[in-house]
Design a protein around this ligand. Structure first.
Ligand SMILES: [Zn+2]
Length: 344
């Protein structure tokens, strides 16, 4: 299935999903090209924040002969790609003799994802592909400590942009290898490491050997499949003053306004939610503390390890079954335009 971008900023080539703003600066004779962008950083306690990192772009392509030689293993194929979600794993820092371990990591991350609702009940909507990417050396850069440099196929490494747990990948190479699969809706690059870490984006990354890093993939698919916004406030801004976001799980409208206008999650208000409590309008979301609301106290779009909330789960299920030919926008609930602050 080709997931159609929900928002214009999801459409750019090389621009990751979710909250990433990318500014590419031209290369000069003296330095490698660098890119400044927002990246999501995931901590072991489940908290998520965005950091603005400037890093060198590792965008050199992989040799075609190597890409063509990569074996593709169908891990689980449940149907045609036109109406199934194709999740493609690529690996880095796995040598030829470690392909077995890599396969184990892929299945582990996939099972970790499928253990969570709504994936568990809709597993048959997924196809999973494992592209066997062979690296010269075992492990990834800056692991277990800064300064460790390894010759690997996808250039993965921790300490990306100076952030310890931010695990970056050469997205050009990751996409090249992923394209060997029958279809690609989300790429997940696994690094051969047990260190907790990962990164969000259209090419999400995670430590293959860390038991909790699969939560990163689940959160990312909240963005890439469900079109969901982040529900955390990370202190990047205080009061949100922008327009009503298009994502279904954040809103500038208070409970009363939402109810009156039947906007966003109005139909779920007061209902129990899988992440605990009932659906309401909780202030603080979308990187701001005030002026914007989320549907529940603490969903996975706010903290890793949690469940999707009710509106999030519904959006995910709808996306699992969305027809390929149906423009994404037409499936969104129609919202009545109304003035902000019209009622309380
Ligand atoms: Zn996110």
């Amino acid at each position: 299935m080709r997931i159609r971008p929900l928002l214009p900023y999801l459409a750019g080539v090389g621009v990751a999903a979710s909250a990433l703003t990318v500014v590419t600066e031209p290369a000069t004779a003296q330095s490698a090209p660098v890119r400044t962008e927002w990246r999501e950083v995931f901590s072991p306690d489940g908290t998520i924040r965005r950091v603005r990192v400037t890093r060198e772009i590792h965008a050199s392509p992989a040799p075609r002969s190597l890409v063509e030689a990569a074996e593709v293993i169908p891990v689980e194929v449940n149907g045609p790609s036109e109406n199934h979600f194709d999740l493609v794993f690529v690996g880095d820092g796995y040598t030829a003799s470690e392909m077995g371990a890599y396969g184990g990591h892929v299945r582990g991350k996939f099972e970790e994802t499928m253990a969570k609702e709504p994936f568990r009940s809709h597993r048959s909507q997924f196809n999973v592909w494992q592209v066997n990417v062979v690296s010269q050396q075992s492990g990834v850069d800056n692991d277990p400590s800064r300064g460790v440099d390894r010759a690997t196929a996808l250039d993965m490494g921790f300490w990306c942009g100076g952030i310890q747990r931010l695990l970056c990948v050469n997205e050009t190479k990751a996409r090249q290898y992923a394209a060997a699969a029958r279809d690609v809706d989300q790429v997940l690059a696994l690094g051969n490491s047990t260190t907790y870490g990962g990164a969000g984006g259209a090419v999400a990354t995670a430590s293959g050997g860390n038991a909790r890093s699969g939560e990163v993939a689940v959160h990312e698919m909240g963005h890439s499949i469900g079109g969901l916004a982040d529900e955390y406030s990370d202190g990047q801004g205080d009061v949100y003053r922008g327009p009503e976001p298009r994502e279904l799980n954040v809103s500038i409208y208070s409970r009363g306004q939402m109810q009156q206008n039947q906007a966003k999650w109005a139909r779920f208000l007061g209902q129990p939610t899988p992440d605990g409590g009932v659906i309401d309008t909780f202030e603080g979301a979308y990187y701001h503390l005030r002026g914007i609301y989320r549907p529940s106290q603490n969903s996975i779009m706010r903290t890793l390890g949690r469940e999707f909330n009710l509106p999030g789960r519904e959006a995910m299920i709808a996306a699992f079954y969305r027809e390929k030919t149906l423009p994404f926008e037409k499936t969104l609930p129609v919202e009545k335009p109304f003035a902000r602050g019209a009622s309380g």
